[in-house]
Design a protein. Structure first.
Length: 233
C-alpha cells in the first residue's frame, strides 16, 4: 500500500486554457497582486476585485479538464483513499475530471464567502451586484478564494496526510507561495519519496528525489499509468 499526496498548481490547468499566475502571459502580469488578491484591496476597491473574480468565474464553463486531471482521477479509482489531491487552484477541473478526495487549499471560484454569517454557498453567478447571501440575506458576499495574507483551508488535514504519506508529488506549481511551497520538504523530512512533474524545475528548497520536466498532459498520464501498473496485484 502506497499512500500518496499530490499537490497541484496552476500548471496542471494551463493546457486547459486557464492562465497560470507567474511568468509571461501569467495572470499576475496584467494585474498587481496587491490590487486584486489581498483583503486590503477588497476593502479599498471592492468593485475591481469582484470584477476580476467574476471574469475568472465566467471563463470556467469555457474550459475542460485535460488528460492530467483525468489521469489523477483514474489513480484515485485505482488506489482510492490512499490518494489525497491538494490543489492550490480555484478552478473546478479536478472535480469535473472525477477526483473526489480533494482539498482546495486556496478556496474555490464556484463558492462565495459571506462576511456577515460565514456561510460558503456554491456560487456560479457574478458577485459585483452584491447579491444577498442565501443563508442570512446580507449583501456581504466575497469570492471564497484565499488571498495573500489569509490562512489557507484545511491545513491540519493536509499536514496529517503529508507526514504519513510514502510519496509526495508536486505537479505544475512554481513553489513560490507558502505553506504549499514547504510541503515537499515536510514530506521528505517524514521519509516520503518526492517527485516533481513540471514544465520547468521549480526552485525547491530541498531537491526532489525525481524531477520530470515537460507538460503535465504528457507526464502526469505516464506517471499515473506507471503507478497503477505497480499497484495491480
Ligand atoms: N505543465 C506542467 N507545468 C506547467 C505547465 C504545463 N503545461 N505550464 C506551466 N507550468 C508550470 C510553470 O512552469 C510554473 O512552475 O506551472 C507553474 C505555475 O506556477 P504559478 O503561476 O506560480 O502557479 P502556482 O504555483 O499554482 O501559484 C501558487 O500563487 O498567486 C498565488 O494563490 C495563487 O494558488 C496560486 C499560488
Amino acid at each position: 500500500m502506497t499512500r500518496m499526496v499530490v499537490l497541484t498548481g496552476a500548471g496542471i490547468s494551463a493546457e486547459s486554457g486557464v492562465p497560470t499566475f507567474r511568468g509571461a502571459d501569467g495572470l499576475w502580469e496584467g494585474h498587481r497582486v496587491e490590487d486584486v488578491a489581498t483583503p486590503e484591496a477588497f476593502e479599498t476597491d471592492p468593485d475591481t476585485v469582484l470584477a476580476f473574480y467574476d471574469a475568472r468565474r465566467r471563463a470556467l464553463p469555457l474550459v475542460e479538464p485535460n488528460s492530467a486531471h483525468r489521469a489523477l482521477a483514474r489513480l484515485e479509482g485505482a488506489i482510492g483513499d490512499d490518494l489525497l489531491v491538494v490543489t492550490q487552484n480555484v478552478d473546478d477541473l479536478h472535480e469535473r475530471a472525477g477526483t473526489g478526495n480533494l482539498v482546495h487549499m486556496h478556496g474555490e471560484l464556484l463558492r462565495a464567502l459571506c462576511l456577515a454569517c460565514g456561510a460558503r454557498p456554491v456560487w456560479h453567478d457574478d458577485l459585483i451586484d452584491r447579491p444577498p447571501c442565501p443563508a442570512c440575506g446580507e449583501r456581504m458576499l466575497r469570492p471564497d478564494v484565499v488571498w495573500f495574507g489569509e490562512m489557507p483551508y484545511e491545513l491540519d488535514r493536509i499536514e496529517q496526510a503529508i507526514v504519513v504519506c510514502d510519496m509526495f508529488v508536486s505537479i505544475g506549481t512554481s513553489g513560490s507561495v507558502y505553506p504549499a511551497a514547504g510541503y515537499a520538504a515536510l514530506a521528505a523530512a517524514f521519509g516520503a519519496r518526492t517527485v516533481e512533474l513540471n514544465l520547468e524545475p521549480s526552485d525547491a528548497v530541498v531537491p526532489f528525489d525525481e524531477v520530470r520536466v515537460g507538460p503535465a498532459s504528457r507526464h502526469v498520464p505516464e506517471w499515473v499509468e506507471e503507478r497503477i501498473a505497480i499497484h495491480r496485484p
